[in-house]
Design a protein around this ligand. Structure first.
Ligand code: UD1
Ligand code: CA
Length: 458
């Protein structure tokens, strides 16, 4: 955004007891991504090149997760939870590297958007020493109040320290702020803990900066930006808001969602224009859908690539490694895992295709199963171009069906089928004229004799 360098300090040392969870609070997910990772993404989108993660509770798990989603992030342990200013100071080593801007963010405030952060940074570029992100919650109780005078922010008063008059202020502290790197440590080190909670409040730097004649301002963000997550009900609320934003974005980018409120995206779902998504579709992580595809109702899709003009579902399950090429079709009650379905191939009904290639234009009959697992290892099934697999066939991997191979329905195929060959892997049908009638008569008289004998007993 500008030439100024920026460090994001993300506070995530809290225990999050109200989540009632063995997992650290900020590792709970929204759209399949830990909430702290959403915060990192927003920071990076706002131009942060450095990320300092302040952790406490569940440090090992936090480090492991951070290594995955933000390998460049440095972690700092806040041994004792003495307040938000104390937590920021835990990242002293990162702050003292000399960034122009320091963005302080909370790991449990996942919906903060890059725009709100960028606005605060812009204030620093214009000369402010501190720019606090404010918002107007429907109910301000519990939040720090922003006390302004003549367009300047003069103080942030925590609810517990507020006078009755101050409690009436609706403009609240979202918690996050941008601080000029040149002043950050000096301001933080000046914070004391003489307040109702006996904590080192980050918010005190507002008055400290003011007393030093530095410029302090507040910016305003939407309520959603400041939504802090403390329990699972709020987690679900954040998920709902995230999904709503994403659906809106998808529709504006050319995707048709017939019943948007029933479609769930992951943080990384990519979906092309002119794709139509019917109601009740779930996109797990790692899905890419090109343009012009049709995703029919009740499909569950994760880790899959879907090329243009494919047809998926209704009731299809695409698992990781499903790779559908142009115009491929995966129909109802089919499961595809780690398999390429090449151009125009059809896997239409009640089928499992795993660890396989289905060649271009091949047709997989209803109830076909690739038997890919012997209880210990997975094996590959290769189905050639234009092959025809009759219904209810079992393809016992490893096995190859050549191009144009033709499998009789009900077959159990264990050996290579060459190009254009016909393979039967089942017993031949035997037909005995009149035998059906004879059996029926025999069974009927046996049943009658049994009934009669039972009657004689009484
Ligand atoms: C804070 C703000 C308040 C604001 C509110 C918005 C201060 C003093 N108050 O209050 O003005 O309205 O957020 O939600 O900043 N944390 C640590 N270590 C600590 C203390 C906190 O890592 O020692 C982390 C927490 O895990 C959390 C964040 O900092 O992610 C905020 O701390 P919390 O105690 O929830 O602050 P609030 O009382 O909500
Ligand atoms: Ca809080």
């Amino acid at each position: 955004m500008n030439q100024r360098t920026c460090l994001s300090v993300i506070l995530a040392a809290g225990e999050g007891t109200r989540m009632k969870s063995a997992l650290p609070k900020v590792l709970h997910q929204i759209a399949g991504l830990p909430m702290v990772a959403h915060v990192v993404k927003a920071a990076e989108a706002a131009g942060a090149s450095g990320v300092a993660l302040v952790i406490g509770h569940g440090a090992d798990e936090m480090r492991k997760t951070a290594a995955k989603f933000a390998p460049e992030a440095e972690t700092f342990v806040q041994e004792k939870r003495l307040g938000t200013a104390h937590a920021v100071i835990a990242a002293r080593a990162a702050i003292s590297k000399g960034y122009d801007d320091v963005l302080v963010m909370f790991g449990d405030t996942p919906l903060i958007d890059a725009q709100a952060l960028a606005t605060a940074r812009r204030k620093l570029a214009e000369g402010a020493a501190v720019a606090v992100i404010g918002f107007r919650p429907p109910n301000p109780a519990g939040y720090g109040r922003l006390i302004e005078q003549a367009g300047r922010l003069v103080a942030i008063r925590e609810e517990k320290d507020c006078s009755e008059a101050e409690k009436k202020i609706g403009f609240c502290n979202a918690g996050m702020m941008a601080v000029a790197g040149a002043h950050a440590l000096k301001l933080l080190d000046a914070v004391g803990n003489k307040n109702a909670k006996g904590e080192y409040y980050l918010t005190d730097i507002v008055e400290i900066a003011g007393a030093q004649g530095l410029d302090v301002v507040a910016t305003e963000a939407s309520f959603e930006n400041a939504l802090g997550i403390n329990n699972r009900a709020e987690l679900a609320q954040a998920e709902a808001i995230w999904q709503q934003r994403r659906r809106h974005e998808a529709m504006l980018s050319g995707v048709t969602l017939i019943a948007p409120e029933t479609v769930y995206f992951s943080h990384d779902t990519e979906i092309g224009a002119d794709t139509i998504v019917e109601p009740n579709v779930w996109f797990g992580p790692g899905v890419m859908v090109a343009s012009g595809a049709k995703i029919h109702a009740f499909s569950h899709i994760e880790g899959a690539t879907i090329a243009s003009n494919c047809n998926v579902g209704p009731f299809a399950r695409l698992r990781p490694g499903a790779d559908l090429r142009n115009k491929a079709k995966v129909g109802n009650f089919c499961e595809v895992k780690q398999a390429v379905i090449e151009e125009g191939a059809k896997v239409n009904h009640l089928t499992y295709i795993g660890d396989a290639r289905v060649g271009a234009g091949a047709n997989i009959g209803a109830g076909t199963i690739t038997c890919n697992y012997d209880g210990y290892s997975k094996f590959f099934t290769d189905i050639g171009e234009g092959a025809f697999i009759g219904s209810n066939s079992s393809l016992v991997a490893p096995v190859t069906i050549g191009n144009g191979g033709y499998i009789a329905s009900g077959s159990v195929i264990t050996e290579t089928v060459p190009d254009d060959a016909l393979a039967f892997g089942r017993a031949r049908q035997k037909t005995i004229p009149g035998k059906g009638k004879e059996l029926r008569e025999r069974f009927a008289s046996a049943a009658a004799a049994k009934k009669k004998a039972a009657g004689a007993d009484h």
